[in-house]
Unconditional design. Structure first.
Length: 135
């Protein structure tokens, strides 16, 4: 699923799902600079449209969204798109045990606020996708 960047390097294709426009744009800009191919969605329904129309390697999902919650989306992705790795995000901290108990298929939880370097480290450590060399 990863795209080939200039120079022949593989780029992970990442979907960012967050109801806050500023969060989506900031993370998208930072990860794009780091070499990721980034698409974003503002809601559960937007995310479903994106998942159905283009291949995604990793979905980073905010728990608090305007229509349905991020756990519901993560569960849907686990069943409908089992190859997509899910990373949950929120301003509210969740322990690894809480994420596991949510039974949503998430491979990691990244608390907000976050930095792009932190996201890169999580992607490298917690997913099987190729991350850019700068991470």
């Amino acid at each position: 699923m990863a795209a080939i960047a200039a120079g022949g390097r593989l780029m992970a294709r990442m979907l960012i799902v967050d109801g806050e426009n500023s969060q989506r744009r900031a993370l998208s800009a930072g990860l794009s600079v780091e070499g990721f191919e980034v698409v974003f969605a503002a809601s559960f329904q937007d995310a479903l449209l994106t998942l159905g129309s283009s291949p995604i390697d990793v979905a980073m999902i905010d728990l608090m969204m305007p229509d349905l919650n991020g756990l519901d989306l993560a569960r849907h992705i686990r069943h409908a798109y089992p190859g997509v790795r899910v990373v949950l995000s929120s301003a509210y901290h969740l322990s690894a045990r809480q994420v596991e108990r949510a039974d949503c298929g998430a491979v990691a939880f990244v608390p907000k606020p976050y930095q792009v370097g932190e996201i890169c480290r999580f992607l490298r450590a917690k997913t099987n996708v190729l991350t850019p060399a700068s991470c």
